[in-house]
Design a protein around this ligand. Structure first.
Ligand SMILES: O=c1cc[nH]c(=O)[nH]1
Length: 168
């Protein structure tokens, strides 16, 4: 499979968000560690968000935590604005089953009751197990269950995308 250029996907996502939110002065931006946090930081800078950028980690909140365990120590939650009554834009790199998003939404409610939550992702790989969808998508690209997108940053801070294939 030829993989899309993640910088081109990012540009498409950024343009959708700029159009959907011409006034970003009250919009709360939250990136999901780790890939979503890198994307949110870029969006925050490129689109000059007013409020500081927030970050959440889904690790402790996933419903399959007991099966998956913790690969890395979860990063502390950073939500540097009032969540109560605010529109929140969550950002993640890949949308798959929807379980990470559900976990992040749960976690977010610990900070208050948002007016609305929307989701932006670089890649939607299909395979949903929950009724969750993204409003802003760089590209829909279905993968097989033994495949995974892996987003990294190169030395210059540019996005790199790889396909990881696990043996069946
Ligand atoms: O393909 C996938 C699915 C979930 N999360 C990833 O980073 N990649």
């Amino acid at each position: 499979m030829s993989l899309p250029n993640p910088e081109a996907l990012y540009a498409r996502l950024r343009d959708q968000i700029e159009k959907a939110f011409p006034d970003r002065s009250e919009l709360g931006l939250i990136g999901v560690h780790s890939g979503g946090a890198w994307i949110a930081e870029r969006l925050h800078e490129d689109l000059a968000f007013t409020l500081p950028c927030g970050f959440l980690d889904s690790a402790f909140y996933r419903d399959d935590f007991s099966e998956r365990g913790l690969k890395e120590a979860p990063k502390p939650a950073e939500v540097p604005f009032e969540v109560q009554g605010r529109t929140i834009l969550l950002v993640d790199d890949v949308l798959y089953t929807g379980r990470t998003t559900r976990a992040i939404v749960n976690h977010l409610f610990d900070f208050g009751r948002p007016a609305k939550i929307e989701l932006a992702v670089l890649l939607d790989r299909g395979g949903r197990e929950l009724p969750i969808d993204a409003q802003y998508v760089g590209k829909h690209l279905p993968l097989k269950s033994n495949e995974a997108f892996v987003l990294t940053l190169d030395e210059q801070g540019a996005f790199r995308l790889e396909l990881e294939v696990k043996p069946n």
